[in-house]
Design a binder for this molecule. Structure first.
Ligand code: GLN
Length: 309
């Protein structure tokens, strides 16, 4: 696998002329300030090696990628009973869609659209003050990434708190349907802070390694989840991780993946490694445009697609 670095380098070189493609998320004012011409990619393989290229050491707002870590925590807390409150089907609608939530009486389609993630945050919040739930998540992410330097960007959290009107609406809908146990302000306090986790591609690739290695981080030896749970989280990432672009991502890349409006994507090659890519420009459905292209190139050049090489 020594040519992995060469593959990363070639992807970077080929994408250089395209940097800046897509549109930076501007509905969160703090994200609108991010320079769109950045690109980083890192791969952590199950043998413990980390390879990277470009801006892989620059922290960015992981946004919805945090939903994977929060789901892992919530499943650890309440197990399969989580699925009474959240579905496991692709939504076919935008990540912040309100219509479907009303039609389906406050039960979000899956844990990776905003409504589902807000319900998951409510589960992690139970028995805690919001500050403690955020602390629990931060400790968890530092643990899986084996990196104590990871932080939450308070400016991003504040920016979203001031402008997150759709999320406030989603949370209120769910509260009205009895699918939130805590006050909307508390749940969203947790949700906005989890989305504001700031990580580099290298940190994120390492943090996702447990999903590629049957639930155990091969670098630290820490058992994070059972092999069965890792497999199931991967299944959800494959079917729901890119919102109404999930089918397209599976078609082009063929790996479980989770995107965020900060322009990051975490992808998992089961048994092989965990890949993080970051390019802030988004496509129409809110997924990193060049991030997906880079992953498509990687999958084509390595044969890592779960559907065959
Ligand atoms: N914090 C963002 C929001 O709630 C996360 C969305 C995303 O990354 N797709 O709108």
């Amino acid at each position: 696998m020594s040519d992995l670095q060469a593959i990363l380098d070639s992807i970077h070189t080929e994408l250089l002329p395209r940097l800046g493609e897509g549109k930076v998320a501007d509905y969160i004012p703090e994200l609108a300030k991010v320079d769109p011409n950045q690109f980083g990619m890192a791969i952590a393989t199950v043998d413990g090696n980390v390879r990277s290229v470009g801006d892989a050491d620059i922290p960015f707002s992981i946004q919805s990628i945090s939903k994977v870590f929060m789901l892992t925590l919530a499943l650890g807390k309440v197990g399969e009973s989580l699925w009474k409150r959240v579905g496991r089907e692709p939504s076919g609608t935008a990540f912040n869609s309100i219509v479907q939530l009303e039609r389906e009486e406050g039960i979000p389609r899956n844990p990776f659209i905003n409504a589902g993630a807000i319900a998951v945050s409510d589960i992690v919040l139970s028995g805690h003050a919001p500050r403690e739930a955020i602390g629990e998540l931060l400790r968890f992410v530092r643990y899986v990434a084996d990196d104590e330097s990871i932080t939450i960007d308070d400016k991003v959290a504040r920016s979203e708190t001031q402008t997150g009107f759709r999320n406030i609406a989603l949370a209120n809908f769910m509260r009205a349907y009895g699918n939130l146990d805590h006050p909307v302000e508390h749940v969203l306090g947790v949700y906005f802070h989890q989305c504001a986790l700031s990580m580099t591609c290298e940190q994120l690739a390492k943090a996702g390694l447990y999903l590629a290695a049957r639930g155990t981080n091969p670098i630290t030896g820490h058992s994070v989840v059972s092999p069965k749970r890792a497999r199931r989280i991967n299944a959800l990432m494959l079917t729901c991780g890119h919102y109404d672009g999930s089918g397209d991502f599976a078609y082009h890349v063929g790996l479980p993946g989770k995107s965020g409006v900060g322009g990051g994507i975490l992808a998992v090659a089961p048994g092989i490694g965990s890949i993080a890519v970051w390019s802030p420009g988004l496509n129409k459905v809110g997924n990193s445009q060049l991030g997906a292209v880079a992953l498509e190139m990687l999958a084509a050049r390595t044969g890592w697609s779960v559907f065959g090489d």
